[in-house]
Design a protein around this ligand. Sequence first.
Ligand SMILES: C[S@@+](CC[C@H](N)C(=O)[O-])C[C@H]1O[C@@H](n2cnc3c(N)ncnc32)[C@H](O)[C@@H]1O
Length: 280
Amino acid sequence: MILEKVILEGSSILKKNGIKTSRLDSEILMSKAINKDRVFMILNSNQKLEKKSLNCFFDLIKKRSIGTPVSYLTGKKDFWNNEFQISKNVLIPRPDTELIIQEALKLTKNKNKLRVLDIGTGSGCLILTILKEKKNFSGIGIDISEKCLNLAKINRDDFALGNRVKFLKSDIDNFNYGKYDLIVSNPPYIKKIDLKYLERDVINFEPFIALNGGIDGLSEIRKVIYRSFKLLKSNGKLILEIGFNQKNDVKKLLKKKGFYINEVVKDLAKNNRCIISTKI
Ligand SMILES: C[S@@+](CC[C@H](N)C(=O)[O-])C[C@H]1O[C@@H](n2cnc3c(N)ncnc32)[C@H](O)[C@@H]1O
């Protein structure tokens, strides 16, 4: 069978199964199956496919049809300017979370040698991106999940960041090591009762522990705020990702703890997505 026709067939199967990005996903999965990039596929659209590649492609299409996210099938996800390795044990980095990077880089524009902490590091996308951009910063990423940390370490090695970043297994509540100029965190913040309304690609495949924010959605955010107050240096900054409807509750928590609110930043969909505050 011819490459372009197979991509079309894959796309049609995905469409029938309710996948909105069927053509794009089919192309990405073909690229994975034959281990070639998109340019190759455009230039060789009439190429005949081997049986092995066909089997591999339709196996991937079958998995995508039941909702498995593309990034779990390819093992990769782009975030900021970098490609991260991904496994089913970590949350897939989201474009909205790039706001944290944007704000961190703005805040630290002329700063040197800052210490950064990433709470709930997952794939390591936040701390690794910041440290790659800021050559003389160093820091720590913590997560409660050992499997996340193993992947974050693989990403660290790919980024060649050596000993500028450490990854440690710890619950937010118990972490008590060092003092930081900047803390970033994208904690789980979805109300337990609302988890069932998430798209099937998310709720059926992404780690529960990365999504579940407890009864009011704020259980982990609360912990991050309390712990950050202890771990930040005076005048240190906390950049926190929040759910679209959590602005007022989180502002209250921050103020109660003694933070000054610098700014609430909206995402591309104009939802409040990220709060910047200062320990005063
Ligand atoms: C929403 S994910 C964010 C992952 C990554 N930072 C990102 O932005 O893509 C939240 C992460 O927090 C971790 N986590 C959940 N509860 C935690 C806790 N009590 N202590 C430390 N990490 C926790 C999860 O394992 C998960 O990796």
